[in-house]
Design a protein around this ligand. Structure first.
Ligand code: UVW
Length: 317
């Protein structure tokens, strides 16, 4: 088997935004989304329709998760039966209530990744030393992303529809040129600072295949090329959102490396990743009315030192 080059080798000439927004920056390309971009995004709203992009936590069908992670487990702590018997809690006036908790991987469902979620060569986004982060991310955690929130113009790029398919196949790749062509075919070109929301209908593929999906684990997704990374840089893309687990094809077909775009886009450019979204209702609406751009908002949870956070992004058309 051919040796897989190191990420340092693969990305040796790749662009970087380290230092661009100051040596303390932890939100990267979200800095592109200032008040002017927010006001322009609000102008996209015309019908007032609202779409939420989170998958249901506790979906009886299960959850698509990266190998080694498990779906969230919700446990009921108190229900009506908890209030029977001599040791039951008691509150004046007969108050009863339900309590429950969730045990969840922060990347186990629809989520925002922190910029420090992946790294190579011992350095996180903006050059932070990976070794100084113990017991969580001291730098580039999800907390600063959650504190600022994400608001901008979103554009749906319906790659499955563009390719005339119900869903993209296992390991099926697409490039930035395909995204540009998809947008042109939809009638609205991608603009600088757009939040890219790419639909592959991966969830259909995943649930059809069940456990078999993990044999030869390979998601459909963006594929690494130096030109694609430069395009993201030139277009100043702040946030990449998809319906897949990892946004990119799992193993780079050229080098065999796992997730080189996480390294090139997230770690080097500070492009924020949002994964495992349910885009089906939004896609149906866009196909019906031909409007593929809208106001996109997301408020990940403020998790101290967190490498990610569950989120329910909201789109307003
Ligand atoms: C990994 O980074 C391994 O996974 P993801 O970004 O898909 O959560």
């Amino acid at each position: 088997m051919a040796e897989v080059p190191s990420m340092d080798e693969i990305l040796k000439d790749a662009p970087s935004n380290w230092g661009k927004w100051g040596e303390d920056d932890e939100v990267g390309s979200l800095n592109y989304l200032g008040p002017a971009q927010v006001l322009a995004a609000v102008q996209q709203v015309s019908s007032g329709e609202v779409f939420t992009l989170q998958r249901l936590i506790g979906d009886p069908k299960g959850d698509p998760v990266w190998p080694g992670r498990s779906p969230a487990v919700r446990t009921q702590i108190l229900d009506e039966s908890s209030w029977d018997g001599p040791d039951a809690p008691a509150f004046p006036g007969g108050l009863h209530y339900a309590d429950d908790k969730i045990d969840a991987f922060l990347q186990g469902s629809t989520q925002y990744d922190a910029l420090g979620h992946v790294w190579y060569g011992g350095q996180l986004y903006n050059g932070y030393d990976a070794r100084t982060s113990t017991g969580g991310l001291d730098k580039a955690s999800v907390q600063p992303i959650a504190e600022r929130g994400v608001v901008g113009r979103g554009i749906l790029l319906d790659m499955a529809r563009f390719r005339g398919k119900d869903n993209l196949e296992k390991g099926e790749v697409y490039s930035h040129e395909d995204l540009v062509a998809c947008a042109e075919a939809q009638g609205t070109p991608i603009e600088k600072n757009d939040i890219l929301i790419i639909r592959t209908n991966f969830l259909k593929l995943f649930f059809e295949q069940g456990d078999a999906f993990y044999e030869g684990f390979a998601e459909p997704g963006l594929t690494y090329s130096p030109e694609l990374v430069q395009w993201f840089q030139d277009m100043e893309i702040p946030n990449l959102v998809t319906d897949t687990i990892a946004n990119e094809v799992t193993f780079d077909p050229a080098s065999g490396a796992a997730l080189p775009l996480h390294c090139a886009l997230m770690r080097n450019l500070g492009v924020v990743f949002t994964e495992i979204c349910d885009l089906e209702e939004l896609a149906a609406s866009c196909a019906a009315d031909g409007r593929y751009t809208f106001l996109y908002t997301a408020a990940p949870l403020k998790v101290a030192k967190g490498s990610g956070s569950p989120v329910n992004p909201v789109v307003i058309k």
